[in-house]
Write a protein that binds this ligand. Structure first.
Ligand code: ZN
Length: 290
């Protein structure tokens, strides 16, 4: 039966390698939240950062999701096929005077402090190459997160004129993720807490480009013994097909659930949806809007 719930969630991996335990947590949390709301769950491949994209990694990631019984709805969207759309939105923001050009190098910016101070705001930079920055006149200093509660940002960070288009010719994550989430009708963004602070910038773009803002839910990160986020850069081992059940059990426990070990993979997911609903539904109620 087609879902009538307005809920739409997503998992949006970067195809820089296979999924590891940390990315399984993000996939699983977003899946469980969507299914416990009878919502849709989409998968989007964030291959915009082309130097990091690895050929074939998208296929491996999709296979890994299937092996963990995480089945998505609809078609897979690839960011690399949406460049025209990103350009169109960037031009829209430019025509609303919400952007400006900046040719500062990383070194120049760093010499002035931890955050970009807006030195190019009132210049008409014609130098090439130049970045395009967002004119952040109305920064978001606080928002409500479904897991973390009230999040308060450092004002200097929140107010930074963040980059929409990079000097090296790439659209930024901040711009593309917001356009994709809006275009796909995403209502709930469940992801790792490493993206918590950037949410204030993204919310700012949402306000400029959409009628409504989504609910954000940032789940805890898996860390290695040195306290670092598990990541491909830190050589986190890839999920394996043969250990799918053990990996799923470990991921469910990490998210605070109490899986029944003897169940099959399909049953484990069904049980987890029920447990997620009982344990977290209050925290992710769509009425807790920003
Ligand atoms: Zn500049």
């Amino acid at each position: 039966m087609p879902s009538t719930s307005p809920y739409c969630g997503r998992f949006a991996p970067t195809p820089s390698g296979p999924l590891h335990f940390g990315s399984l947590i993000a996939a699983l949390a977003s899946y469980l939240d969507a299914r416990s709301h009878q919502g849709r769950w989409l998968v989007r491949i964030e291959d915009i950062d082309t130097p990091r994209a690895v050929a074939g990694a998208d296929f491996i990631i999709l296979e890994q999701l299937k092996h963990h019984e995480l089945h998505w709805d609809g078609d897979i969207i690839y960011q690399s096929q949406r460049l025209e759309r990103y350009q169109q939105v960037l031009q829209q923001l430019e025509s609303q005077q919400l952007t400006y050009r900046c040719a500062c190098t990383r070194k120049q910016i760093k010499s002035l402090g931890p955050y970009y101070t807006g030195v190019c705001r009132n210049k008409s930079v014609t130098t090439e190459p130049a970045a395009i920055r967002f004119r952040n006149d109305d920064p978001i200093l606080q928002f409500i997160d479904g897991w973390q509660g009230t999040v308060t940002l450092e004002p200097a960070f929140a107010a930074e004129d963040f980059v929409l288009f990079r000097r090296d010719g790439l659209f930024t994550y901040q711009l593309t993720v917001v356009i994709d989430d809006i275009d796909q009708g995403i209502t709930h963004i469940v992801r790792g807490e490493d993206l918590l602070t950037a949410t204030s910038w993204q919310l700012n773009l949402w306000r400029c480009l959409a009628q409504q803002t989504p609910q954000f839910i940032h789940v805890p990160l898996v860390r290695d013994t040195h306290g670092r986020k598990l990541s491909k850069q830190n050589h986190a081992p890839a999920l394996t097909v043969t250990d799918a059940k053990d990996q799923l059990l470990a991921a469910l426990r990490f998210l605070g659930l109490t899986p029944t070990t003897k169940l099959s993979l399909t049953q484990l997911i069904e049980e987890a949806v029920q447990q997620w609903q009982a344990k977290y539904f209050h925290a992710t109620n769509p009425q807790d809007t920003i």
